[in-house]
Design a protein around this ligand. Structure first.
Ligand code: GLY
Length: 433
């Protein structure tokens, strides 16, 4: 078999050096899990953060410079690259890495459009008969405003391109609509990502995060997860990149997530050649799950809870995906639950003041892992660099125990001697059934 594989050496080498392209908690969580792999060699992170420095080496690389990427892969003898960041995928970094003969797990630039171009994703869903919200697409502010004025509230306005999870607004009042359309289409809040907007039907239900490793039409589905995307308790306040996650979702079991995959992932893989990690956001409605969005990468902070629950060897799953034999793989999961609570800097999701000294990290224990997101390490000390700073991830035999363990640790964290911002209700949503 080995000679026919794209990267036969990955099957037989005793150790594999892995390059994780990520800056956040997702990258730290991937590195944490990869470090447990049987055949792991060196792990290098670009750009990485204060936490990844404790697992491997952080290296700055200019992702726009193909020659530098090639030289870097040679110098560090990289066997496999794992790309986390949506912007890099949208810019085609997977193709660049592969052009240097190095295996990369992730979608090509064209495949990544499923996330970076929402109107393209909606058109594919319509073509493939995938359940999703009804929608209209607008490139012109006046037409968008006139359309919105004529329809009943509530509805959802989305920036077409990437916006760090902040490009979605649920409009419940007329004032919301005018503000969001102006911000996106006239004031360039999200740059070119907001030049086109999607106006969508508002779906009532709870959102579930589905992750599938995809390769050559085969997909392997993870346990279910749920994010808490709004800043405030009770799902109030502005949208963020995600304030906390749970996995698995107690009311969405393996058969339900498989059923959701059959209606959303299978037809997508029939219609496109997507390879990599497909992250589908489903709204679980009274009519069944409907796709809210596709993402072409691991979720953040979903990855933090998945990597605590995954029992099997992530590295071998990724190797099987890049070599096109995913059918040989079975992803196994530990019994129990994980809850990740994000500790953020004051002011998030608006720009924040970096450089706050982080203390309380040593209050963790074997049931709680603190994944670093926006941190940097100086000597033995860690400082904040961004809005989402840490993802405190507790595990246990029930959601309640996992949550209590995470909160016991997050309560002791301090940023410049002040408590971080965090939600107090992660994992407390009641079952919708
Ligand atoms: N947790 C949401 C995202 O990664 O987009």
């Amino acid at each position: 078999m080995a000679e026919t594989l794209p990267y036969p050496e990955l099957e037989t080498k005793e150790t594999l050096n892995v390059w994780v392209l990520d800056a956040g908690g997702r990258g730290h969580a991937l590195g944490y899990k990869l470090a447990q792999a049987e055949r792991i060699g060196n792990i290098v992170f670009s750009p990485g953060n204060g936490g990844t420095e404790d697992i491997g080496e952080n290296c700055a690389v200019d992702f726009d410079d193909s020659q530098e990427i090639g030289e870097f892969c040679g110098e560090y003898d990289i066997d496999l690259a794992v790309v986390g960041m949506d912007r890099l995928l949208a810019n085609g970094v997977v193709g660049v890495i592969r052009s240097h003969g190095v295996a990369a797990f992730g979608p090509t630039q064209q495949q990544a459009r499923i996330e970076s171009d929402r109107s393209y994703a909606k058109d594919i869903m319509k073509y493939a008969g995938i359940p999703t919200a009804k929608y209209e697409v607008f490139d012109e502010y006046t037409a968008a405003q006139e359309h919105c004025d004529s329809r009943q509230l509530p509805y959802v306005v989305k920036a077409n391109g990437l916006a760090d999870g902040k490009g979605v607004t649920i409009c419940r009042e007329r004032g919301d609509v005018s503000r969001v359309l102006r911000e996106m289409m006239l004031l360039d809040r999200f740059g070119a990502s907001g030049d086109r907007v999607i106006v969508e039907e508002f779906l009532v239900g709870q959102e579930i995060s589905e992750h599938d490793i995809c390769s050559q039409g085969i997909y392997k589905t993870f346990i279910s997860a749920q994010d808490h995307k709004q800043l405030g308790d009770g799902d109030t306040g502005p949208m963020t990149g995600g304030m906390g996650t749970i996995a698995p979702v107690p009311w969405f079991d393996a058969s339900q997530i498989s059923e959701a995959a059959r209606s959303s992932v299978e037809p997508l893989l029939d219609a496109t050649s997507f390879e990599g990690l497909l992250f589908t956001g489903h709204m679980v409605t009274t009519d069944g799950p409907k796709v809210v969005e596709y993402n072409a990468r691991f979720g953040d902070p979903e990855t933090q809870v998945f990597m605590q629950r995954m029992k099997s060897d992530l590295l071998e799953h990724l190797v099987a995906a890049v070599n096109g034999h995913l059918y040989t793989e079975r992803i196994d999961w530990h019994e129990g639950y994980s809850v990740c609570v994000v500790a953020a800097s004051e002011g998030y999701p608006d720009p924040v003041m970096p450089g706050q000294k982080i203390t309380g990290l040593d209050s963790t224990n074997e049931d709680v892992t603190i994944f670093h997101a926006g941190t940097t390490k100086q000597g033995d000390e860690y400082y904040s660099t961004a809005g989402r700073v840490l993802g405190v991830t507790g595990s246990g035999p029930s959601i309640d125990i996992a949550r209590d363990r995470a909160y016991a640790v997050i309560e002791r964290l301090r940023f410049d001697e002040k408590k971080p911002i965090f939600r107090t209700d992660i994992g407390k949503r009641p079952s919708p059934f």
